[in-house]
Design a protein around this ligand. Sequence first.
Ligand SMILES: Cc1cc2nc3c(=O)[nH]c(=O)nc-3n(C[C@H](O)[C@H](O)[C@H](O)COP(=O)(O)OP(=O)(O)OC[C@H]3O[C@@H](n4cnc5c(N)ncnc54)[C@H](O)[C@@H]3O)c2cc1C
Length: 408
Amino acid sequence: MLGAGIVGTSIAVHLAKRGLSVALVDRRPPGEGTSYGNAGIIEGNTIFPAAFPSSFAELARIALKRSPVANYHLTHLPRIAPWLLAFRAASRPERLIETARLMRPLFARAVAEHEALAAEAGAERHLSRRGWLKLYRTDAAFAALKPELDVAAQFGIANLPLDRAGALALEPALAPDFRHAVHWTGAVSVNNPLALTRAYAARLTALGGATLNGDARTLHRAGPYWRIDTAAGPLDAADAVVALGPWTPDVLNALDIRLPLAVKRGYHRHFRPQGNAALGRPVLDAENGYVLAPMEQGIRLTTGVEFAARDAPPTPVQFDRLLPAARALFPLGEPIEPEAWMGARPCFADSRPVIARAPGQRGLWLAVGHAHWGLTLGPVTGRLIAEMMTGATPFCDPRPYGAERFMR
Ligand SMILES: Cc1cc2nc3c(=O)[nH]c(=O)nc-3n(C[C@H](O)[C@H](O)[C@H](O)COP(=O)(O)OP(=O)(O)OC[C@H]3O[C@@H](n4cnc5c(N)ncnc54)[C@H](O)[C@@H]3O)c2cc1C
């Protein structure tokens, strides 16, 4: 199992539970990649994926680098242009509905799979079942939500549209800077994503699996096996699973498997709340694209997306654009760390992950591209791929998550 993020660690546990001999290999300790820094929302209620802006005004604000929702590096745009065009095509209303339907089996099981793993791993104290709250500052933004709420009703996804007073009754520390809110009551939030991944890794150890230090780029064929060099020596396995998040191309390109994976970088900072101010659940300021999430480390403020090369130096300029609104909405005190944390969401333009056999490589499996929902979908991905690898009947049709869709 290559990659000990939330996706790889969850897969490793599912494989070990089915009696396979599993080694989880990473160059860092479990959970310290992208899975460290997310907003902690297990959003089984996700319906439409994040979409390309449909309004010219929003696009112009992004282009002029005034939007808190998105930033970009100009030098990166030529390289990512084909991906952005595909993303724009996948953001048409009928495609969003199709994506919602294709992703539903995964999201519908996401919360239950986490709850089961957390119970086994003794990590339930990290989960909170208070849902999450999305705030809308304008009537127009709230009205634009209608198609999504219609699909939610079809899928039977619980939500509670609230007026300002209703939302403030849930979260009294917020300022009344918004007009509408939706409380997605079925979402679960995590107060320390790193601790959760570590707990799942400890569960793997308890099941007899090994956690090893090694560089996945050493993966190569050795007769009938896949071989990788680890700190404990070379390791051979009949099957290898690649779940390296945004680093997946580092290994797949060398095997001539070219997947159109891009990254949407994102940042977070922790702040002390002022006085006794507290949040009971994560809160999204929809028009500004940031989330305020209560964590063990403090209030975690996560940004929207940044289109830039994965390894380019951090440019956390979105904080300057969103902090005035965030500070007015919630009494944020001093930042806890001197620097912002940066991660890179691994994304395909159609907003579906690849959870599948690798094309043309016997015994190689892929679990990559979980975009904005890797925390949410880690354990359900673990179940699906473990069922496929052990020849069990998969709980849902895995074809929408195949790699072949990029090979046509
Ligand atoms: C700001 C932000 C907010 C987010 N909020 C949410 C949220 O609220 N809910 C949600 O569901 N998702 C959220 N996400 C998305 C989520 O965090 C990711 O989709 C998820 O963490 C991806 O997990 P992963 O296991 O695929 O990748 P990673 O966690 O990145 O794991 C990949 C692992 O591969 C290892 N690795 C890389 N290269 C090598 C190598 N050569 N050799 C060995 N090991 C290697 C890394 O060290 C790492 O541990 C957010 C993301 C960001 C950036």
